[in-house]
Write a protein that binds this ligand. Sequence first.
Ligand SMILES: [Zn+2]
Length: 417
Amino acid sequence: MKVPNLTIRTLSVFIWCTGFLVNCSSVRTIDFETPVDTSNRQISLQFKRVHFEETLNIFVDNTFDGARLNGIEKLNDSTVKAIILPENEPINHSPYYAFQVWSQKPQKIYVSLDYPKGYKHRYPPKIKKQAKEWESLDSTKIHRLDSLVTLELFLDDEPLTIAAQELQTSTHVKDWYQKLLTDNPYAESFIYGRSKMGRELPVLDIYIEEKKSKPIVVLLTRQHPPEVTGFLAFKAFLETILDGSELSKAFLDQYRVLAFPILNPDGVDLGHWRHNVGGVDTNRDWAKYRQPEIRQTVDFIEEQLKKDKAKVVLGLDFHSTYKDVFYTNTSLGNVSIPHFETEWFAALEANIPGYKVNRSPGNSSKPVSKGWFLKRHRAVGITYEIGDNTPRERIRTIGRVSAQEMMKILRSNTNLN
Ligand SMILES: [Zn+2]
């Protein structure tokens, strides 16, 4: 078929524009010492089903959000193997698992967690019966033989959820922030974008009265799906900012907070070990913004800064690792609040009984959010890590006190206003 030249040209412009809108951010990209290719990579999805092991008379289910179970296999008359695989490789050593199990008759069953060769067990199991709270599985019920971890479980017909960490899916996150914002005059939530699979990317926008020109504090979390303890600290942190105290009101009178409670909702709901649906560690994408979750987050932040003639002064990104640690930037030249870290860490030690701050400075050579805050905005950027096994009550205290002390320090910093 003969197509007029003009049509071809129009068509190619259209394709080019569409590609531009889909793949590019209008925001300036940033160079890091060690670039990381964050182009899409293939992932494997779990096959969702309720497995029935007839001879053992047990059901094993991975059909819920946040589940991770890639198959089961009977090992002997009392033991079943739960096969746990990552979404793709290479990937960090953070084998995440979550499934439900029950039996038609009361019985003791052993479940062995089977990770691919070379991956070490990281998360001690948490268990939950439907109407009850999460609890840790008693350590006497966890049997270890070399790298194999086997759980001793008493089952009946009520499903028992077993998970690497307490489930905090996109639905839990939404329920939490909607409740937090109910009748709160200082905050509102927006859906500023969608993940690759169409899940909501929410932001909580918090300030009193006028937002124009107010310096901005950015809070991020859940780039890495299993890092639930970091999210628990984020929750306590935000609940403190919104507690209606005199301190909170005075702080929100001077500052605006943009809080992003779930940056990787697909990864969270699909039970990923670390990546998004693009098969990428989103906390390596803060240079070129190739993944839609990061691109839209960056675009949203930059748009607010432009519209409201504001600047970011502090960025905290909540994660989890083996212990509590604050990863900071070494170079703090030209940041608006160079004294912040020293004062904040001293205040944490003074106000949390028995607490010793573990500070690990280093400039990000790879494109992580803390480096982006520094390089792009001359803002203090901190990766706020909570230990996987830090007691949950302790996490609440750390989250609450760190918010209070941040507000006190920033409030007294009048140069910015
Ligand atoms: Zn992380």
